[in-house]
Design a binder for this molecule. Structure first.
Ligand SMILES: [Zn+2]
Length: 111
């Protein structure tokens, strides 16, 4: 198992997070920061291209997170709670994204 890519972190990267090269803790921190940034971005209005990118981000990391959650790793109750919280963040981000696209569609003048 490889070590987490965050400098000074000695935790190992679980197989489910090989693509991210982060330990569970730093992956959750990273994901939380990204979700928050993208939520702000969708609130300001996103382009169709960006909408698709954010939608695939939500799909990809929802899947990756489910592998962390159900992959048989020994997670503390605190980490389990943080995993659930990140699922909620991803779901809310997806919801905000749809709302923002609906708003943009309504704001567009009729042809
Ligand atoms: Zn780490």
């Amino acid at each position: 198992m490889a070590a987490c890519q965050v400098q000074g972190c000695k935790f190992e990267v679980p197989a489910a997070l090989n693509d991210s090269a982060l330990c569970v803790h730093h992956y959750l921190v990273w994901l939380d920061g990204n979700c928050a940034a993208m939520r702000r971005e969708t609130a300001a209005g996103a382009t169709t291209e960006r909408h698709d990118q954010i939608a695939s981000f939500v799909r990809e990391h929802g899947e990756r997170l489910s592998h962390v959650a159900t992959g048989g790793y020994r997670l503390s109750d605190e980490v389990k709670a943080r995993v659930l919280n990140e699922f909620l963040s991803l779901m809310n981000l997806r919801e905000n994204l749809e709302r923002s696209m609906e708003r943009a569609a309504k704001a567009r003048p009729a042809p």
